[in-house]
Every structure is written in structure tokens, then in C-alpha cells.
Design a protein. Structure first.
Length: 118
């Protein structure tokens, strides 16, 4: 089992940047893929970006492609989401998820709130 904890959310103004971090903790696991998603009030969860752990290959949703960057953090088993030029439509609860070599399925954190004011 692995636990994911997101951090870095907060209140910012339009045009500003924010960096989210997600740390994975547990026993004997190997991350193969990490992703970020978000869910705004009244909307379905939206996938944002995925990082393949061993190749660092990334894919992005069109809605964030030119503004958000997913990457591995300096700390072990950490994934970062750098968000630039934020707008009010980016307001949501942001989640990270991982896929593991040892177990099927995806593991999710509890999310971190990002609020962008105009």
C-alpha cells in the first residue's frame, strides 16, 4: 500500500503561478507512472498530466498543455506540478495519483485546494 500526500495549494490571483507537490510513502513500492487531476465544484474529475517514471515522458491535457509542467521532484518518490498563468477556471481540488509496479490499479491522494481569484 502507498499513501500519497499533496501539498502546495492555496489562493492566488489570475496570472500567478503555483507549485504543487505530491509525496508517496509506504513499504516496498516502485512508481511506474504519476499523474495529476483536478475536480472543480459540480464538475467531473479532469485528468491533467501524466509522467512515465523511468523515461520521464510526459503527456498533458490540452487545457493545461502550455501552462502546466509535471516532473519528478528532488526528493525520492515525489512528483511536482508547476502551474503558470493561472486563471479562475483553474480553481479546483487537485489530486495526484500513481501506478505501481507491484500492484494493479491507481493510488490517489486526498487533494490540495487551488483557488484563483480575479
Amino acid at each position: 500500500q502507498v499513501q500519497l500526500r499533496e501539498s502546495g495549494g492555496g489562493l492566488v490571483q489570475e496570472g500567478e503561478s503555483l507549485t504543487l507537490s505530491c509525496a508517496a510513502a509506504g513499504r516496498s513500492f516502485t512508481i511506474t507512472q504519476a499523474s495529476w487531476a483536478r475536480q472543480a465544484p459540480g464538475k467531473e474529475r479532469e485528468w491533467l498530466a501524466t509522467l512515465t517514471w523511468d523515461t520521464n515522458q510526459t503527456t498533458y491535457a490540452d487545457s493545461v498543455k502550455d501552462r502546466f509542467t509535471i516532473s519528478r521532484g528532488v526528493a525520492e518518490d515525489t512528483v511536482i506540478l508547476q502551474m503558470n498563468d493561472l486563471n479562475t477556471e483553474d480553481t479546483a481540488l487537485y489530486y495526484c495519483s500513481t501506478k505501481l509496479f507491484e500492484r494493479p490499479g491507481s493510488w490517489w491522494g486526498r487533494g490540495t485546494q487551488v483557488t484563483v481569484s480575479s
